[in-house]
Design a protein around this ligand. Structure first.
Ligand SMILES: [Zn+2]
Length: 179
């Protein structure tokens, strides 16, 4: 059903050995898990890149690495005022690939980079999405809700933004009662 380019899958070792680079703009709408945390219309794109390389490993051999970057602006609900806040997400992460899950678990604690098991068809978009989800704050908020509110009130009513009921609304209520 999708007319966009197919999901990029890479053979990690070959990708790293040839120091390949993938760099694309992918519509936010393709990231279904990320969209579940978003509100409003999603018109933006995720700009991302994946760069492969081989680096010496501690055991004396070579390990496949992937450097992943991604940037996106996603609309989410502010947990303080429940308005929409456009969050800028940035991902900049190194991955080192190991032979199996046991090695990944064993070496994970002492590694600054993330460890993944080598794959012949790694779904890069899924990895980008995983990282974007991790970059989302648990409690997203405006930096300053009040100023966002003041702008909205000024635009809507122009009455200075205090809490008094709108004069015309009060009038309308009186009229209804008389009728
Ligand atoms: Zn807010």
């Amino acid at each position: 059903m999708d007319q966009h380019s197919p999901t990029p899958r890479i053979d990690v070792k070959a990708f790293a050995k040839t120091q390949s680079l993938l760099s694309e703009q992918t519509p936010l709408g393709k990231f279904e898990r990320l969209m579940q945390d978003c509100v409003g219309k999603l018109t933006g794109e995720v700009a991302w890149s994946a760069l492969g390389s081989m680096r010496p490993s501690m055991s004396g051999g070579q390990s496949a690495w992937l450097h992943l970057t991604a940037s996106a602006v996603v609309p989410v609900t502010c947990q303080r005022c429940l308005g929409v806040v456009d969050l800028s997400l940035h991902v900049d992460q190194d991955f080192r690939f190991v032979a199996d899950e046991a090695t990944a678990l064993a070496e994970d604690d002492e590694s600054a980079e993330d460890l993944l098991v080598l794959s012949h068809d790694l779904d890069v978009l899924e990895l980008v999405e995983d990282e974007l989800l991790m970059a989302l704050p648990i409690v997203p908020m405006h930096e300053a809700c009040e100023s966002e509110h003041a702008q909205t009130l000024t635009a809507d009513a122009g009455d200075g933004g205090d809490d008094k009921p709108h004069p015309f609304a009060a009038l309308a209520a009186l009229r209804t009662r008389k009728d």
